[in-house]
Design a protein around this ligand. Structure first.
Ligand code: PMP
Ligand code: GLN
Length: 381
């Protein structure tokens, strides 16, 4: 059997969620809410699962949903993408990322990623015949621009950034994005900006998007996910915004990988976005309240909390508890001995940081789940 991904096994998310189910632990590992989407969105979907909406959608996505995406961009970044040439809907952000990489990367090309990085970038690059150059983020999970510069070669085709950042919750500044542009400007390098947590930015900060800088936007694929924004990760619906020429390259691949997204889901999302703009406007404070509650509940624990400025993830330093365990061992110990499923972050690195003692917990949970989890975590000395 050909083995195109010899070093890749089953993803950490699948393994930890399975383990949580087997051990009946609280599952704070894989990132997903344990509550439903707003009832109006579920009602809207019900309407579209009846007759008349069960066939293929347009390859590029339902026009009404593309329009809603374009309007959110106009509101936030002051320009209106052309829905005919610059916006596409996909069955999830993961599929969008995969197609962008397949569209751009040729055998021998290099893609720069920043570790710790989301687990799909590297395998998708390998399947295209390329190779990821992993540049470590700094200890506060910001980009070291000198190291980035040094990683560029004449084979560099693409750089992938992801802010708000999974797994750390770090955010990026507009100044950093300007620096990114200045560095790549002389080269033929494009940007894939994974912004699936674009609305989950806390403490009064503004999300900095590649779409906020016209010259960077012209070179970028911005990727979003309705799953994160509307508490429907299982609906697997995402989007891409890119300049017309880039969008053309993307669509060539998308039409043969996905062809289109799911029809009734696109209708329901478009209606809901149009009728309930308050959902998006309140999302940051909704999740900030969860972060604040979780952190407050964990205050008496022996874990040290790292700052989370975005996403729905919180990093915990456990060095004061079990410094003898690496993070994979720690997550096993936590799930088996204390009924908490977490994600060890070393799996997101090409070369894990020696002595790093961090696990990731997802706080997209009800107050009751967060309280129960915190109670268990506070009992660990
Ligand atoms: N990128 C990042 C950084 C993510 O955390 C996720 C969600 N797991 C995705 C992409 C994938 O999003 P989707 O579920 O829409 O495919
Ligand atoms: N993005 C989710 C996380 O980081 C997992 C998605 C998946 O399971 N592929 O937890």
């Amino acid at each position: 059997l050909p083995n195109k991904l010899p070093t890749i096994g089953t993803s950490i998310f699948t393994r930890m969620t399975q383990l949580a189910q087997q051990t009946e632990a609280l599952n704070l590992s894989q990132g997903f809410p344990d509550f439903d989407s707003p009832p109006q969105l579920l009602e809207a979907l019900k309407g579209y699962t009846s007759q008349g909406f069960q066939q293929y959608a347009l390859m590029q996505g339902l026009p009404a949903l593309r329009e809603q995406v374009a309007l959110t961009i106009q509101q936030r970044y002051g320009w209106l993408p052309d829905t005919a040439t610059e916006v596409a809907i996909t069955p999830g952000a993961t599929a969008a990322i995969f197609c962008v990489i397949q569209a751009l990367v040729q055998a021998g090309d290099e893609v720069i990623v920043f570790d710790p990085c989301y687990d799909s970038y590297d395998p998708a690059t390998r399947l295209a015949g390329g190779m990821c150059i992993h540049v470590p983020l700094q200890s506060d999970f910001s980009i070291d621009w000198q190291r980035f510069k040094a990683a560029i070669s004449d084979k560099t085709r693409l750089v992938i950034i992801n802010f708000p950042h999974n797994p750390s919750g770090a955010v990026i500044t507009l100044q950093d994005l300007k620096t990114l542009y200045d560095i790549i400007e002389p080269y033929n390098i494009l940007v894939l900006s994974d912004e699936v947590y674009e609305y989950l930015v806390f403490d009064g900060l503004m999300h900095a998007s590649v779409l906020g800088l016209p010259e960077l936007a012209a070179r970028s694929f911005m990727i979003g996910s309705f799953g994160k924004t509307f508490h429907v990760t299982g609906w697997k619906t995402g989007y891409v915004v890119a300049a017309p020429e880039l969008m053309q390259a993307f669509l060539k691949v998308h039409q043969y990988v996905n062809f289109c997204g799911v029809t009734p889901i696109q209708h329901a999302l478009a209606d809901f976005m149009q009728q309930h703009p308050e959902h998006i406007n309140q999302l940051a404070s909704f999740y900030q309240a969860k972060r604040d509650l979780f952190c407050q509940l964990l205050q008496p624990s022996a874990f040290k909390l790292l700052p989370s400025r975005g996403t729905y993830f919180q990093l915990l330093d456990y060095s004061a508890i079990r410094n003898d365990l690496d993070d994979v061992q720690m997550s096993q110990w936590l799930v088996h001995e204390h009924g908490i499923a977490s994600i060890p972050i070393s799996v997101f690195y090409e070369k894990p940081v020696e002595g790093q003692r961090l696990i990731r917990l997802c706080f997209a949970k009800t107050e009751a789940t967060l309280q129960q989890a915190a109670q268990r975590l506070c009992q660990i000395a």
